[in-house]
Write a new protein. Structure first.
Length: 311
C-alpha cells in the first residue's frame, strides 16, 4: 500500500480528460458542481463538450439520456445523494428502462463526505441503483481503480453507476499485475480462517485491519469487490467454501449494499456464516471524515474490533 493518497473524485476528473482525448463522442454533464466533482478538469480541456445543467439533477439525467440517443457517451456528474436520490425516477425511467448508454459519476458518497452532514452523506445509493435492471455498479477503491473504472464504463454498452469519494485514500493497486475487470473481484491477500469482502475506501481500511488480525494469529483473506453489480459470485462462493466466516465491509448502509448482495449469493447457493460491517440503519452526522469513520467503526480499528467480536 502506497503512502500516496488521492480522492477518487479527483481520479474521476482526470480519467474523463484521458478518455476525452481518445474519444470525441464523450460529453460531460454537471449540475453546478464542476469544482467539487472535478469535472472542471474536463471543462478546462474540452469546454465545448462540457454542459453545466445548473442545479437541476433530474433534468440533467434527461439531457444525458437524449444525448446518448444521438451517438454521444454522456457522463452525468453530481453528488451521490442527488444522482441516486433526487434523480432516481429519471435514472430509472429515462436511462434504465430504455437501457441507454449513460454513465453516472456519483461523487461525495458515504459518511466520509464529512462536514456536509447527513443530508449529503448518501449511504443508500448502491441499494437504489441495484434495483434498476441492467445497471452496472462500480465502487472503486483507489486512484488506479477509479481511472480504470471510468475507462471500462465507456466500453460498456448500457447504463453505469460509478461511486466516488471526497476523502483522499491510499493507493493500493500500484502493482504490476493489477488488472481491472468489470464483474470480477480481486484477491488482495489470501487466508484460511476468515474472508473480508470490501468495497470502495473500505478496501484499504480492511487491509490494515487484516494486519492487526494476523498479529493475533487469525489468517485473513481480503477480497476487493469493486463491482457490486454484476457481482463476482465465483470468488464469493470459493471464499465461503475455503474459510470459516465471511465479513463484508462498506461505507454504505448494510441494507441493500455489498452486504446484502453477498448475503443473497450465499443464501441461494452456499449458506454460510456472514457478518455485515457498514452503516447500521442510521443517518450520519456532521464532522471530520476521519473522525466519522472512527465513530461508525468503519476505520481499520473499528473493522478489527467488529471482526474480533463476531468471528
Amino acid at each position: 500500500m502506497s503512502d500516496i493518497k488521492i480522492a477518487t473524485r479527483d481520479s474521476y476528473g482526470n480519467a474523463l480528460v484521458e478518455i476525452g482525448k481518445e474519444h470525441d463522442n464523450v460529453v460531460v454533464l454537471d449540475a453546478d458542481l464542476a469544482a467539487a466533482t472535478k469535472t472542471g478538469t474536463f471543462k478546462k480541456e474540452f469546454p465545448e463538450r462540457h454542459i453545466d445543467c445548473g442545479i437541476a439533477e433530474s433534468n440533467m439525467m434527461g439531457i444525458a439520456a437524449g444525448l446518448s440517443t444521438c451517438g454521444k457517451v454522456p457522463f452525468a456528474s453530481t453528488f451521490a445523494i442527488f444522482a441516486a436520490g433526487r434523480a432516481f425516477e429519471q435514472v430509472r425511467n429515462s436511462i434504465g428502462y430504455p437501457h441507454l448508454n449513460v454513465k453516472i459519476g456519483a461523487t461525495h458518497a458515504g459518511i466520509s463526505v464529512g462536514e456536509d452532514g447527513a443530508s449529503h452523506q448518501c449511504n443508500e445509493d448502491i441499494a437504489l441503483m441495484r434495483t434498476i435492471p441492467g445497471m452496472t455498479i462500480i465502487n472503486p477503491s483507489d486512484d488506479i481503480e477509479a481511472k480504470a473504472a471510468v475507462k471500462a464504463a465507456y466500453e460498456i454498452d448500457g447504463p453505469v453507476y460509478m461511486r466516488f469519494g471526497r476523502l483522499a485514500v491510499p493507493v493500493i493497486n500500484d502493482n504490476a499485475d493489477y488488472k481491472f475487470e468489470v464483474g470480477k473481484g480481486v484477491l488482495l491477500k489470501d487466508g484460511s480462517d476468515i474472508t473480508i469482502l470490501a468495497t470502495g475506501l473500505e478496501v484499504g481500511e480492511s487491509l490494515k485491519a487484516a494486519e492487526k488480525l494476523e498479529a493475533d494469529g487469525v489468517s485473513v483473506r481480503v477480497i476487493n469487490i469493486h463491482t457490486i453489480k454484476p457481482i463476482d459470485e465465483d470468488i464469493i462462493l470459493k471464499a465461503a467454501k475455503e474459510t470459516k466466516k465471511l465479513f463484508t465491509v462498506e461505507e454504505h448502509s448494510i441494507i441493500g449494499g455489498l452486504g446484502s448482495a453477498v448475503a443473497e449469493v450465499l443464501a441461494e447457493k452456499a449458506p454460510s456464516p456472514l457478518y455485515r460491517i457498514g452503516v447500521r440503519d442510521t443517518f450520519g452526522e456532521s464532522g471530520p471524515a476521519v473522525e466519522l469513520l472512527h465513530k461508525y467503526k468503519l476505520d481499520a480499528e473499528g473493522i478489527y474490533e467488529q471482526i474480533k467480536e463476531n468471528a
